[in-house]
Design a binder for this molecule. Structure first.
Ligand code: BGC
Length: 348
């Protein structure tokens, strides 16, 4: 028994020594910090906007924070195996932290395992791992927008529009709003939740709805155009509202409407991309929800650095589930801006 116990103790000590040996030493701000940013595909408008912002902001960020950073980007062609290889590469090159825009949000466990065994923190963003995955290790975080909030704000855009211009929305004056719905990727957390809350907000406000059709256009403008064209052929003037899970598909719907040579702008989107906001400003859409790409980039750089250098995360507004949610607001074709908090206050 004594021998066994001594053996167990020795083993535990050896494991501890190996673990300590693997543990990276904390890096000071004067030392260069290597950040690897992994993106699910190259031509996603919203995510590209975040990438551009990171590139644009990081010199200023270095100046303001007094740190030295090296930032590298990889694109995974929508293939999780490619992204996993890219992660292996960054880890073998001794990167200090990874910002990961997962291809498949249900495949986070493999990524986490790799990062954990190399003791490299991960900041996931925009494509959210399931809650249990984020709890697997204390050096994992998520930066994203709140899908429920964006869906609710999108619904409120329509509610407000209806209050102001009822006859423009209910075009046939039958007391029912006939709508179609453009949905993002089926595996993306934002698709289902945005759909649910945008529609529910309309119902809660007392609007009577009839869903003519809906379909998945995978966030992509050309797919949004194709589906809308199909619906215009099938339902024509019956369509009174097009709800889109993001701006790019809404822009696709505008393309279809323009090709169809009709005057129709009862379209709402989410993201607030420059193209989306321009469409709202020129009256081609009722409105959009701005989930600031600038803010995303700022939080990503800051959180990645602090996580890697093992500094305090105070002031970053991290929720209990280890996520930081980017604030958002809606903007409509009359130039009005609104945040959810304000809407709630008005209701009470
Ligand atoms: C955005 C989409 C984008 C997707 C990519 C969503 O949150 O609204 O525009 O294509 O993220 O993951």
């Amino acid at each position: 028994m004594v021998l066994l116990a001594a053996g167990a103790l020795l083993f535990a000590a050896a494991v501890g020594i190996i673990w300590l040996g693997n543990k990276r030493s904390r890096r000071e701000r004067s030392e260069i910090l290597k950040i690897g940013v992994l993106i699910y595909k190259e031509d996603d408008t919203f995510v590209s906007g975040i990438v551009e912002e990171m590139k644009r902001q990081f010199k200023d960020y270095e100046r303001e924070s007094g740190s030295r950073i090296r930032l590298d980007f990889s694109y995974a062609e929508e293939n999780q195996s490619i992204q996993n290889e890219q992660i292996d590469k960054y880890l073998s090159l001794d990167y200090d932290v990874l910002c990961v825009n997962l291809v498949d949000r249900t495949e986070a466990a493999i990524v986490i395992e790799k990062a954990k065994s190399a003791d490299v923190p991960v900041v996931f963003f925009n494509r959210e791992p399931v809650a249990e995955d984020l709890q697997q290790w204390d050096r994992l975080y998520y930066v994203g927008s709140d899908a429920k909030e964006s869906g609710t704000l999108e619904g409120l855009l329509v509610v407000d529009y209806y209050k102001k211009y009822p006859e423009q929305l209910d075009r046939n004056q039958d007391g029912v709003i006939q709508y179609v719905l453009l949905e993002g990727e089926s595996r993306h957390q934002d698709s289902l939740i945005r759909t649910e809350y945008s529609v529910q907000t309309l119902v809660d406000a007392g609007l009577i709805l009839e869903r003519l059709d809906g379909g998945i256009a995978n966030w992509v403008r050309s797919q949004g155009e194709a589906l809308t064209t199909q619906w215009l052929k099938e339902y024509g003037n019956e369509i009174e509202l097009i709800i889109s899970n993001n701006d790019d598909m809404a822009l696709g719907a505008i393309d279809a409407v323009e090709n169809w040579h009709i005057s129709f702008s009862n379209i709402v989107g989410i993201d607030g991309t420059p193209q989306g906001v321009a469409a709202v400003e020129s009256g081609k859409m009722i409105g959009t929800i701005v989930a600031g790409q600038e803010d995303y980039a700022k939080v990503l750089l800051d959180l990645a650095e602090r996580a890697a250098r093992e500094e305090t995360l105070d002031g970053l507004d991290i929720r209990e589930d280890k996520s930081v949610r980017i604030p958002m607001y809606s903007i409509n074709c009359d130039g009005e801006i609104r945040r959810l908090e304000e809407s709630r206050k008005e209701e009470n």
